[in-house]
Design a binder for this molecule. Structure first.
Ligand code: NDP
Ligand code: MG
Length: 378
């Protein structure tokens, strides 16, 4: 069988490195076309040595890059070149934040399937991305563990789905008081109990904005109304999410928490090889599955995300941009964790929502909102 030709945008990140661990196990199934990182040139050099891609890309020119015969690319243009290269069968978009949108649109334009880890892409421009993908016959395969779980449970029976149940670990502050959350340090926010991820998503997981972003992501991926998407806190993270069908049956996807499995499922789809096999899950050892109602007062970002999702248009674009800038400000010690919410809320309330925005509108609004948000921190 022909090897699947893949490029990884964000190969040096948490998802990127785990995807290469999957590919290493399935060497006979994959050929790497391109690896793109941001600034971690040492790690990218090691990846080049091991995986011998045809193209490599960094955010900026760097003389320490050792391409070993690969064509060297840089910046946005480099990503565009990779994503328009029809040698690719699939592109894994594993950058964090707004950088993911353009490469995704370019891959769609070139009819290349996408394994999508970057949830911000769908929060910024889900209507346009899904419409264009559908028209181009391009598959958007979810990498996010909850969406992978839902995708696996639905298994093609889209018209039979009544409800999506998205689970959430609750993050590091699940059992903390509002006051403790207000005074949380960067270190505390980055200490996620279940997952080891990039900084942006780890902070989003602490405020539960991540769950809000995932609800919006699920709305777009599975064309489900917000009324039929529920969030349930499940601290053990064994149930990765569930789907209720039209006969009341619920299918859930269960396993020991591991991002390797959803990454592998997305990049190998429709096959399910056992390249990386997660530790076997024991119901007896697990003993208890705990479920809690999400606390929207303690974690107001989640409520705001539901509101923005329901409002639609440019509302989620605005919320996403303000959130990303506020998270950076928190990581840089400029604001407190709770200020992420107050910042996003303030910017969001000032925004005049544009219905059915064009992609140009979206990029413009994204820029404007970022400038406005950053002004608050000066
Ligand atoms: P990381 O911060 O760990 O990785 C981000 C990657 O993007 C790095 O490879 C980084 O490169 C690269 N990058 C940054 N800027 C640029 C640029 N200008 N051009 C090219 N590459 C760039 O993030 P994660 O892997 O944690 O998350 C990636 C996405 O996946 C996010 O959208 C997140 O929400 C989503 N996701 C992540 C999960 C996880 O477990 N980590 C789970 C579910 C979803 P470098 O490091 O070299 O600067
Ligand atoms: Mg997730």
């Amino acid at each position: 069988m022909n090897k699947k030709r893949i490029s990884i945008i964000g190969s040096t990140g948490s998802i990127g490195t785990q995807s290469l661990e999957v590919i290493e196990k399935l060497q006979n199934k994959f050929e790497i076309i391109a690896l793109a990182g941001g600034s971690n040139v040492e790690l990218l050099n090691k990846q080049i040595e091991k995986f011998k891609p045809k193209y490599v890309c960094l955010a900026k020119q760097n003389e320490r890059l050792n391409p070993q015969g690969a064509k060297t690319l840089f910046g946005d243009e480099g990503l565009q070149e990779i994503c328009s290269n029809k040698e690719n069968d699939i592109i894994l978009v594993a950058v964090s934040g707004k950088i993911g949108l353009k490469p995704t649109l370019t891959a769609i334009e070139n009819k290349i399937d996408i394994a999508l880890a970057n949830k911000e892409t769908l929060v910024m421009a889900g209507d346009i991305v899904m419409k264009r993908a559908k028209e181009a016959g391009v598959k958007i395969l979810p990498v996010d563990s909850e969406h992978s779980a839902i995708f696996q449970c639905i298994d093609g029976h889209y018209d039979k789905v009544d409800r999506l149940i998205i689970t959430a670990s609750g993050g590091p502050f699940l059992h903390k008081s509002i006051d403790e959350i207000r005074h949380a340090t960067v270190e505390q926010a980055l200490a996620h109990p279940r997952w080891n991820m990039g900084k942006k998503i780890t902070v989003d997981s602490a405020t539960l904005m991540n769950k809000g972003l995932e609800v919006i992501e699920a709305h777009h991926l599975f064309d489900m109304s917000y009324d039929n998407i529920n969030v349930v806190i499940h601290p053990q993270s064994y149930i990765h999410s569930a789907v209720e069908f039209n006969d009341g049956s619920i299918l859930a996807q269960i396993g020991v928490p591991s991002m390797h499995i959803p990454i592998q499922y997305a990049i190998c789809y429709p096959e399910r090889p056992s390249g990386i096999k997660s530790r076997s899950f024991s119901f007896i050892d697990a003993q208890c599955f705990e479920f809690l109602k999400p606390d929207f007062e303690k974690f107001p970002c989640m409520a705001l995300a539901f509101e923005a999702g329901r409002t639609g248009g440019s509302a989620t674009t605005c919320m996403n941009a303000a959130n990303e800038e506020a998270v950076f400000a928190f990581l840089n010690g400029k604001i407190t964790l709770y200020d992420i919410y107050t910042t996003v809320e303030k910017i969001y309330r000032q925004h005049n929502v544009v219905n059915n925005p064009s992609i140009e509108d979206i990029f413009e609004i994204d820029n404007e909102i970022r400038t406005k948000t950053k002004e608050l921190f000066n």
